[in-house]
Design a protein around this ligand. Structure first.
Ligand code: ADP
Length: 267
């Protein structure tokens, strides 16, 4: 749970970082050029201590700008996946509490899973990230409340349908996040997976959530799909390939703690 929360916080940080990047970067550039100018002006007066101070300020602003771009590049780089055989229905059920806390009490959160859903070979952290993104979008689409359903179902996709989705025919796990919110127009659906496409006010939306979800689904060998009706609600579905491996026992919080303790003496 702590880790999920940290992921949610990271997502928020990424959003803020990207949204504020141009602004912050400009401020730093202004600081650099201002300091250099001041240093320059002191040259004729031979005020070495002042010149040093201004140059240090310029250098400081430069490294902060470099840090900013580095963080952005780290975000832009595809995160490597660490796939593990996963009981996706169980993972979703385990997220309900976090999702409920995140979306607020005016939205009813449910999970619906068929019995015996297949496992999938997937990066659990990134799946949780993606689902949390979808749930936050659902929340934003239901300011007056509503219901949010996370569904998991087995899904065999025929060749015809697979082709239109850019997938191979076969068995997939379909994970859907449905809301009873505002819905989306055909144009919004068309553009929703584009990076930086957002209809949210400046500073609130980054337009990165769905593009990241889409990238994750594709990297995992699956696909993402939106169906929506204005005024009724939206369903965003992830298709992940069926896995055949037995699902390992998930490490509990205790086990992780043990690992950390075991590693501590090495430091
Ligand atoms: P952001 O949420 O930052 O705007 P996203 O990429 O997650 O970025 O979403 C892009 C756009 O797609 C949103 O601005 C919104 O217009 C639309 N959208 C996404 N999810 C939903 C939803 N569940 N209901 C209605 N519109 C949605």
């Amino acid at each position: 749970k702590e880790e999920e929360l940290r992921h949610a916080q990271k997502m928020e940080a990424v959003g803020q970082l990207t949204g504020g990047l141009a602004h912050d970067f400009n401020n730093l550039l202004a600081a650099v050029s201002g300091s250099v100018e001041m240093a320059h002006a002191r040259l004729s007066e031979q005020r070495v201590d002042e010149i040093e101070r201004y140059l240090a300020m310029a250098s400081n602003a430069t490294s902060r700008a470099a840090n900013l771009t580095q963080r952005l590049m780290a975000f832009a780089r595809k995160q490597a996946l660490a796939p593990k055989p996963t009981d996706v229905a169980r993972l979703c059920a385990g997220m309900v509490e976090l999702v409920q806390r995140t979306v607020g009490p005016h939205i009813e959160v449910k999970t619906v899973a068929n019995e015996d859903t297949w496992p999938s070979l997937v990066d659990q952290n990134q799946l949780e990230n993606a689902l949390l993104n979808l749930c936050i979008n659902a929340r934003d689409a239901m300011p007056a409340g509503g219901s949010l359903t996370i569904g998991v179902a087995n899904c065999s996709i025929s060749r015809g349908k697979a082709k239109t989705m850019g997938l191979g025919a076969g068995d997939y796990l379909r994970i859907s996040v449905s809301d009873t919110g505002s819905g989306m127009s055909a144009e919004q659906i068309d553009r929703a997976f584009e990076p930086f496409f957002t209809t949210k006010p400046m500073g609130e939306g980054t337009g990165l959530g769905l593009s990241m979800v889409y990238g994750f689904a594709q990297q995992s060998g699956g696909a993402a799909e939106i169906t929506s009706e204005l005024g009724k609600g939206t369903v965003v579905s992830l298709y992940l390939p069926r896995g055949f491996d037995a699902v390992e026992a998930e490490p509990g919080a205790d086990e992780v703690g043990d690992g950390e303790r075991a590693a501590a003496p090495e430091k």
